[in-house]
Design a protein around this ligand. Structure first.
Ligand code: AMP
Length: 431
């Protein structure tokens, strides 16, 4: 399968050629023809699958075919975070470089006036976070009455982050007749209800089974005492000579403290989280991408949708409270087919979280203590099978035993909320 066979116009193919993408990813191969045909779409795809191009390319084509008579926004792409909005905006620009469509990005934390000026100049494609978009709509600096295509990207995150009411208010401002595309890495009951209310006979596409970490990511975990995690992390930086690692903490204060500690250990690090201004976050990300700092310490929300090409290493300094966040975190590495490593530092009090993650993934994660950093407490045993009730005395599954991650298909309970209500092969399309 090549990009040429997807029905895309020559000026888009030229832009893709500049990106040096060899061939379409599965989500692109499946979604592009569906969107071009004008269908609604419900896509189960996490970051790293190439999902952005899967909706941006056909949208550009559909809008370019119709020309741009009014320069009123005709496509609206809603995303949960500023970073993701900025990244999608960059993609729209890059893929649409040979077209005369105009796009802009609207998010909070920066001045309204430059955005108003942009909107006045006339826009075809709008990429936005919900809150700031509603501010503009409320002040009548934005007219959404011509929107023909709506994209909800990382819709599960938008629901998790409490944007559901904002999103519904935005939808009420749109014309009833429009094409809707919904992308989500996970599919909860809330999401099912929401998507049923939004989508009109959608085509369903699912790539990389729901809640299954990218197969290319090697996942390991080191048991360690909580108090020694910082030292273990610094030790690993030195031992592995890591140059670019995204490190996750649970709290903003924790992210700051860890970045400072790494700095004291001679490891250049910067923190990125919601208390930092937009410009500070952008600067931190730039420094990290350029290789000026070795560690970017982030909270889950700040890291949503960060697009860092070929990020080799992700470290969970603390496990997330919500198992689905683990999937999102490790989705930062092993992107679009590239290999990657995800490492978790697991203290005794986090064993229940690890079990929840394993149950969600339907597989076990290798747990190996690092010499000199063995935990002082004996950890409880892992669940013998995903979805089982877990037998505490089952010594065959004690966590210190090396358990190779399974790479084949699985039937764990994590599959039960898949788009089609069952486990899926790696990619498929259904109508
Ligand atoms: P996304 O899942 O949209 O965040 O994309 C993840 C990364 O994959 C981005 O850095 C894209 O530039 C890259 N990418 C998108 N499509 C392809 C492709 N067909 N081949 C290789 N890389 C791609």
């Amino acid at each position: 399968m090549s990009f040429d066979s997807l029905g895309l116009r020559a000026d888009l193919l030229r832009a893709i050629a500049t990106q040096r993408y060899g061939r379409p990813t599965p989500i692109q191969a499946q979604a592009i023809p569906v969107v071009l045909a004008g269908h609604d779409l419900l896509a189960g795809a996490q970051t790293g699958t190439g999902k952005t191009a899967a909706f941006v390319l056909p949208i550009l084509q559909l809008l370019a075919e119709k020309g741009h008579p009014q320069r009123q926004p005709r496509a609206l792409i809603l995303t949960p975070t500023r970073e993701l909005a900025a990244q999608i905006g960059e993609r729209v620009h890059a893929y649409g470089i040979h077209l005369s469509l105009r796009s802009t990005v609207i998010f909070g934390g920066v001045g309204m006036q430059p955005q108003i000026n942009q909107l006045h100049r006339g826009i075809d494609i709008l990429v936005a976070t919900p809150g700031r978009l509603l501010d503009h709509a409320g002040q009548r600096t934005l007219d959404l009455s011509r929107i023909e295509i709506l994209v909800l990207d990382e819709a599960d995150r938008m629901l998790d982050m409490g944007f559901i009411h904002d999103v519904k208010r935005i939808i009420n401002l749109l014309p009833k007749r429009r094409q809707n595309l919904l992308f989500s890495a996970t599919y909860s009951d809330d999401m099912r209800r929401f998507s049923e209310s939004l989508l009109n006979r959608p085509k369903l596409i699912e790539v990389a089974r729901r809640n299954t970490a990218a197969e290319t990511v090697i996942q390991t975990a080191y048991p360690v005492d909580k108090a020694r995690k910082r030292d273990l992390l610094a030790h690993l930086f030195h031992r592995e000579d890591w140059t670019q690692v995204l490190v996750f903490t649970r709290t903003k204060a924790g992210a700051n403290r860890l970045a400072e500690h790494l700095g004291r250990e001679g490891i250049s690090a910067t923190a990125i989280h919601g208390n930092k201004s937009q410009s500070a976050r952008t600067r931190a990300l730039d420094e990290f991408k350029r290789g000026a700092v070795r560690a970017l310490v982030a909270t889950d929300i700040a890291a949503r949708g960060l697009d860092i090409a070929h990020l080799p290493q992700v470290v969970n300094f603390e496990l997330p409270n919500v198992a689905e966040d683990y999937v999102h975190r490790i989705g930062r590495t092993g992107r679009a087919g590239a290999g990657g490593q995800a490492l978790s530092l697991v203290s005794h009090d986090e064993m229940a979280l690890l079990k929840g993650i394993q149950r969600l993934l339907g597989r076990q994660i290798t747990l190996n203590p690092v010499a000199g950093f063995e935990p002082s407490l004996t950890p409880p045993p892992c669940d013998p099978e995903p979805g089982s009730t877990g037998r505490r005395n089952n010594t065959a599954h004690r966590q210190n035993r090396v358990v190779r991650p399974q790479t084949g298909s699985r039937t764990g309970q994590g599959a039960k909320h898949g788009l089609h209500g069952r486990a899926h092969p790696a990619s498929q399309t259904k109508s």
